[in-house]
Design a protein around this ligand. Structure first.
Ligand code: NOJ
Length: 504
């Protein structure tokens, strides 16, 4: 038995130790999906492109962050990473071969506007690169889905005014960047995402500092207020750009636009405790509804956030609320990144810190009875818990009533340092199979509208502060030679979508 399969066996043997979360177990059933359901894979510019200063590209905050001393990214940077910039034809041909129907990628803002600002020059070579990428996709019959912002703000904007920390300046610069992208690519791109994972930008970038720009208490930044200001800027910039798209481009280009929000599902740490049951609910509001209520419901932040955060949470002016109300219905889908489920525990004996961001709720993968939420991937927080995914699909559908597009889902595998385990990635196949079963159950048993699925990621790439450790790809990348080798999960997905949709 290989190391990986024995790990899986161990994981499934301990299954009896789990409280089944939904009645489903960890056996893949290959349940049907609708014929109209689409699938593909996702990447982000900084994680795959490389060519970090080629052809006029300006630096982003990630170019700076990955070159800090001492390193905050495991000594790794993405100057070259997968070199997708120079190998895009090869990569897209591979996608075609693997049966993918759509590709979610992001544009590097500083590749198209090196200094980022509304009066700064455009880099035509950057526009030409994305134009070629889009044309090649279309020639292969693969639909492009473009994310405008996946964490790589131009360094010049950060230097000028702190990027997200200055709402009005950022918003004006982001509007110009979005207009440029709609005008340059919008005739060919009909699926747009403004921001990827605002929660992570706010909390990981401006509170615990594990992602660029790395603000945290140790650096002396204002972790009490910054994350909430950043979130506010993102929500208003999103709404402005949705309005711009609707007013200036949509009639002609006939595309769709939305935002991508991430979030775990939460189960109570102690299922018999009212406080923990409430904590699991509150955690979803602080994580997801923080953004989703203003964006999709056109209203203020959740009441529980206002109550707990008080003046730390910025206020929307009447005019801004009007913008939110006017644009909330223009979002065509709910963009959902989802990986795992956790337990939520309400702390009562220790007071929250001044920069508390959870209402003093602790997260964990193990509950009060010592049971794990599911088998661990190679990232300890990312565990297989398909029941939580189904519950979260239901929670989102009940609250927002928008068709859900799963814009990211996937995992790295235990034991993948061994290239054979990495390629015969059975852990990932089970994970993907089970999560697709959850989608099927949500659609057919619960009546949730789920319209498509992007695996994270097309290929192994630069995993932010974890560098090149965890490998999320459907395609293996040897970072010495840059050789691409499809993993078995890539073939598994190709077949499973053929089969599951045939049955539907
Ligand atoms: C979400 C992010 O969007 C992506 O950039 C990241 O690599 C994956 N999660 C995995 O952590």
């Amino acid at each position: 038995m290989s190391e990986e399969s024995s790990m899986w066996a161990q994981a499934t043997q301990t299954k009896s130790a789990f409280t089944p979360l939904t009645g489903s177990d960890l056996t893949v059933e290959n349940l049907p999906l609708p014929a109209s359901f689409t699938w593909g894979a996702a990447t982000a510019a900084y994680q795959v492109e490389g060519a970090s200063n080629a052809a006029g590209k300006g630096p982003s905050i990630w170019d700076t962050y990955t070159h800090l001393t001492p390193s905050r990214t495991n000594g790794a940077n993405a100057d070259v990473t997968c070199d997708h910039y120079h190998r895009v034809e090869e990569d897209l041909a591979l996608m075609k071969q693997l049966g993918m129907e759509t590709y979610r990628f992001s544009i590097s803002w500083s590749r198209v506007i090196p200094l980022g600002g509304r009066d700064d020059p455009v880099n035509e070579a950057g526009i030409a690169f994305y134009s070629r990428l889009i044309d090649t996709l279309l020639a292969h019959g693969i639909k492009p889905s473009v994310t405008l912002y996946h964490w790589d703000v131009p360094q010049a904007l950060y230097d000028r005014y702190g990027a997200f920390l200055n709402t009005n300046e950022f918003r004006a610069d982001f509007e110009r960047y979005a207009r440029l992208c709609f005008a340059s690519f919008g005739g060919r791109v009909t699926s747009w995402v403004t921001f990827n994972e605002p929660y992570i930008i706010s909390i990981f970038g401006h509170l615990n500092g594990s992602l660029a720009p790395g603000h945290c208490a140790e650096m002396g930044t204002d972790t009490v207020h910054e994350p909430w200001r950043v979130g506010h800027t993102i929500i208003l910039s999103h709404a402005s750009v949705v309005q711009i798209y609707a007013n200036e481009f949509q009639t002609k280009q006939k595309g769709e636009i939305s935002i991508v929000l991430n979030g775990h599902f939460y189960e109570p740490w102690d299922a018999s405790s009212e406080a923990d049951i409430e904590a699991a609910r509150v955690r979803l509001e602080f994580y997801i509804a923080w953004f989703a209520d203003p964006v999709y419901l056109g209203r203020d932040y959740p009441a529980v956030m206002r109550e707990h955060l008080g003046n730390r949470l910025p206020r929307f002016t009447e005019q801004e609320l009007e913008l939110l109300r006017a644009t909330c219905g223009m979002n065509a889908f709910y963009g959902m990144n989802h990986y795992s489920t956790k337990f939520a525990r309400q702390l009562t004996t220790t007071p929250p810190p001044a920069d508390d961001w959870t209402r003093n709720i602790e997260e964990s993968s193990v509950n009060s009875a010592g049971q794990q939420i599911g088998p661990a991937s190679s990232m300890p927080w990312l565990r297989i818990a398909p029941g939580g995914f189904r519950k979260l699909l239901n929670w989102i559908w009940d609250r927002y009533r928008l068709p859900i597009l799963v814009t990211e889902n996937g995992c790295p595998c235990p034991g993948e340092e061994d290239v054979d385990v990495a390629i015969d990635d059975r852990f990932r196949q089970r994970y993907l199979g089970l999560y697709l079963d959850s989608i099927s159950r949500a659609i057919y048993e619960d009546g949730v509208s789920v319209i498509g699925y992007y695996a994270w990621s097309l290929m192994d790439n630069f995993e932010w502060s974890s560098g090149y450790g965890p490998r999320y790809g459907l395609v293996h990348v040897d970072f010495e030679t840059l050789k691409r080798t499809p993993k078995n999960s890539a073939y598994y997905l190709k077949e499973t979508f053929q089969e599951r949709r045939k049955q539907a």
